[in-house]
Design a binder for this molecule. Sequence first.
Ligand SMILES: [Zn+2]
Length: 253
Amino acid sequence: MKTNIKAILLTGITVGVMACQNQSTNNESGAISSPVTTVQSVPPLVEKILSAEEQAALTPDEVITLFKKGNKRFINNDLTSRNHSAQVRQSAKAQYPKAIVLSCVDSRVPVEDVFDRGIGDIFVARVAGNFINEDILGSMEFACKVSGSKLILVMGHEHCGAVKAAIDDVKLGNITPMLAKIKPAVALSEYSGERSSANQEFVHQVCEKNVEYNIAQIRNGSPVLKEMQDKGEIKIVGAIYDMDTGVVSFMGY
Ligand SMILES: [Zn+2]
């Protein structure tokens, strides 16, 4: 019922929330079929997208702060209500995203929602195990050097199947060479206990090592991004998404 009420609110219709609780529904969408007695105004949907001036005025630290605030709203089930149609139209001719996020493909990691970001807000690169390669480095250079983004965020996550498969040395088709990109993180871990995917503590440590390793690889593999970072134009940071809670923990921030 709560979800259905929210869906109705998002359409901009005013409804009586108290009254709704006692109303019956008669269709699949949960639309309210009988009149309501009290009225509550609904804030307008956010239509604005980030402008070139707003992007230019942002610092990398401010973007990190915005991400942390957005993640709090995500955790509290308080995502910003956006008019996607209006944002699509406004962003059609140009984009000024504040960051690029490198994430795993995992379906349980909805990157834009995790930071409460809308259309035109962030670039997202995704590959199982969130590792970099030449194409993703090029994408990051496009995001930062060409499009003005201020932050590169490499975000791993708990319970990552790709990390677990790399630990277990899984071999299957093109998954084999893909996992080879994650294995350096397994080797970098000095964990002395049980080094198997059944050990959550070890998986967590490899997940963190994988993020750290790929941040180093970004600096090593891209003189363009390294120079931007050295000048303070961008920051390259890591984070881990906890899918049990929705919390993103920034590493070192
Ligand atoms: Zn994953």
